[in-house]
Write a protein that binds this ligand. Structure first.
Ligand code: 4AD
Ligand code: MG
Length: 475
């Protein structure tokens, strides 16, 4: 019976006979003994296998290279090495799969290089740590909402709506892309298409979640979302995962309290349950020479503890602009995108200035200008701002976007008109305001942005298993 390395290292009993399986990370051979370090993905640490060279043929020994997979039967013994308390004294070794010319040799590879081997990078210390943490965070998200009485709602992937009204859509069609039927005016005739109308991959599950919250009270979606924005940055993906709670009767203040509680719960969960992974990532960041900003920041664990200990700062958009107008951000005291005054959309450099230089803490910015936010946000009494909230994090910028929703039918219709949105496309959504409308609020947390923060990784391509970005869809 095979034991997982995690169990062997934690609960293994010295003197018992066990079998371990895994991939060879390193091999050292001397006259008396062969050391093989193997990992099976169950934990950060490797298991050390020691064997007498006489037990292996020369041919087999040569095939035991980094990347090869093996099964080893033997006795668990106390280890003389400092890195582990136990090791496996192998008596029988079976080669499961050879790995000649394996590209990931046991040395520090750059993350850019590993992105060219995206399907193999799961076998490295860094990506093992990142994806175990990604799992832990996903599990903790479900745990949090379940414990808070939310229902997990599966919202559709294919929709006929543009939930953000921003037009960055991936079209879904069964029409022949080479030559779809055309209307007399030359436009594509979607009556010939599978759904008999234009459809796209969802940009957000929010509108469906709102409908469900108005019957189930509190729901959350947690699924993939798709945006065809041509944003080639370390923070944007074309396919990313979003967590979107939606709560009946919640105000903007309730929404802010919920997001802070959730983010701190998740941080705590990772700090308590992923210690080996965090220790590896911290060590890696401190020794990395190519990622420039890491060294200037606090070490990872300190940064997480620091964020956990502070209440999030809360300011209005108007206050944020006032701070930015006075700001002297870098050597020449200017932003790339100048802050010209009230009404500008905040760029990533502005958000990071507020968080990293001015407040040195996560910041919740509220009440943005109506003109730069989505149609569904509730208009404030001043007539020019909406009850929006963005949560900005150090190193990441925007982590969460949310709002209190416009529950008044006439205001919502006017906002749709201003945004040139077709009522027919989301008439069903307006029914939620026609029948028993209520104040309600929700937000969207970008899973990868959160994973960036907790792992201290720098590029969003390195926290999702198979990244999709403009021009790139490997695997
Ligand atoms: O601010 P966004 O666009 O808000 C919405 O989609 C709302 N419908 C959410 C809601 O209120 N239910 O996106 C929410 C979050 C952002 O704050 C960011 O963390 C993440 O989703 N995000 C992206 N992450 C990676 N790549 C992209 N291209 C992203 N766009 C947004
Ligand atoms: Mg946003």
């Amino acid at each position: 019976m095979r034991s997982k390395i995690k169990e062997i290292l934690r609960f293994g009993i010295v003197g018992t006979t066990i079998e371990a399986k895994g991939w060879i990370r390193t091999k050292r051979v001397s006259k008396q003994v062969i050391f093989l370090s193997i990992n099976d993905g169950s934990c950060q640490q490797n298991l050390q296998v020691v064997m007498a060279p006489t037990l292996l043929s020369e041919a087999l020994l040569n095939q035991l290279s980094t990347g090869a997979s093996i099964a080893v039967l033997g006795r668990l013994v106390a280890s003389k090495g400092q890195n582990q308390s136990v090791e496996l004294e192998g008596s029988q070794l079976t080669l499961l799969g050879i790995a000649p010319a394996y590209p990931l040799q046991p040395k520090a590879h750059s993350l850019e290089f590993l992105r060219t081997w995206v399907h193999l990078r799961f076998r490295t210390n860094t990506f093992g740590a990142v994806f175990r943490i990604r799992h832990a965070v996903s599990y903790a998200i479900h745990h949090f909402f379940h414990e808070h009485g939310f229902f997990y709602l599966h919202t559709p992937i294919i929709t006929a709506a543009d939930a953000e009204g921003a037009g960055a859509l991936f079209r879904v069609t069964s029409l022949d892309a080479e030559g779809p039927a055309r209307n007399p005016d030359g436009r594509v005739d979607f009556r010939e298409d599978f759904f008999k109308k234009p459809t796209n991959l969802t940009v957000s599950g929010q509108l469906a979640a709102e409908a469900a919250a108005m019957g189930l009270g509190a729901v959350y979606t947690f699924g993939p979302t798709f945006r065809a924005e041509n944003s080639n940055t370390p923070r944007h993906l074309a396919e990313f995962w979003m967590v979107e709670p939606e709560v009946a009767f919640n105000t903007l203040d309730d929404n802010i309290a919920l997001v802070e509680e959730l983010l701190k719960f998740l941080l705590n969960y990772v700090l308590n349950n992923c210690q080996e992974e965090l220790a590896w990532l911290q060590k890696r960041a401190l020794s990395s020479t190519n990622e420039k900003c890491v060294k200037a920041q606090m070490p990872l664990l300190e940064r997480l503890a620091f964020v956990l200990a502070q209440p999030f700062v809360q300011i209005t958009y108007t206050e944020a602009v006032d701070i930015l107008m006075e700001a002297r951000p870098n050597k020449n005291g200017t932003f790339v995108y100048p802050v010209t005054g009230w009404g500008i959309d905040l760029q990533s450099e502005h958000e990071r200035y507020l968080v990293e230089d001015h407040f040195k803490s996560p910041v919740v910015v509220t009440n943005y200008p109506r003109a730069i936010k989505a149609f569904y946000m509730r208009q404030n009494d001043d007539g020019r701002t909406v009850a929006a909230m963005d949560v900005l994090f150090p190193g990441v910028g925007e982590m969460v976007g949310g709002s209190q929703r416009e529950e008044r039918l006439d205001y919502l219709q006017q906002a749709m008109q201003r945004g040139n949105l077709q009522v027919e496309d989301i008439n069903w959504y307006l029914d939620t305001r026609r029948f028993g409308t209520i104040p309600h609020s929700g937000f969207g947390l970008g899973l990868e942005r959160f994973i960036l923060f907790v792992t201290g990784m720098e590029n969003i391509r390195d926290v999702i298993p198979f990244p999709r970005t403009p021009g790139h869809v490997e695997c």
